[in-house]
Design a protein around this ligand. Sequence first.
Ligand SMILES: Cc1cc2nc3c(=O)[nH]c(=O)nc-3n(C[C@H](O)[C@H](O)[C@H](O)COP(=O)(O)O)c2cc1C
Length: 184
Amino acid sequence: MKVIGIEGSPREDGNTEKLVRAILAGAAQKGADTRFYKISKMNISPCRGCIGCRESGICVIQDEMTILYDEIQASDAIVLGSPIYMWQVTAQTKMLMDRLVVFVKPDFSSRLNGKKDLVLAFTQGNPDPQSFKFYFDYLEKLFSFMYYDVRGRVVAHGMRKKDDILDQKEVLERAREIGKSLVA
Ligand SMILES: Cc1cc2nc3c(=O)[nH]c(=O)nc-3n(C[C@H](O)[C@H](O)[C@H](O)COP(=O)(O)O)c2cc1C
């Protein structure tokens, strides 16, 4: 069982990174092989919209996204984490999402080579956990449309400083439990 974490905050060891790592730690505790990838530390460019991948399934941009394409295909479950910036995922996360178009065939069926469980992990400054529910619901619909099996979401709210999540033991505990449930 392989579980990969892909995390889209530009801030090193911030709240989102800790949240994604907690989910991975739960999965590892149950015996999963886990890997963590930080988009901002990788050489990944935005989609050029050439649509070259539509027929071939191969992106013309030969950057470190090729690592993530291989890792996604090799994984059983993916944890995608992002802070909320301006009511949305970060630019780094959106860039990765656009590049996932490689796995979408012209008839909108999928090139994913099997079932891919997905957990979405978000952190936000807003103290109201419901404030972006509409957006998280929408993202879950999007990923379901792209044939990912959405298994859950974890949201840490009221996050300002990069260690704030350490004070939310129950959120980190829930993250670990979701990670474990991916393997159970
Ligand atoms: C440019 C920027 C925009 C942000 N926009 C929002 C926002 O719209 N809503 C919100 O609740 N928090 C917002 N935040 C706060 C972050 O989502 C929050 O601090 C998050 O935990 C940061 O994650 P990190 O520690 O992993 O980098 C913003 C932060 C930055 C730097």
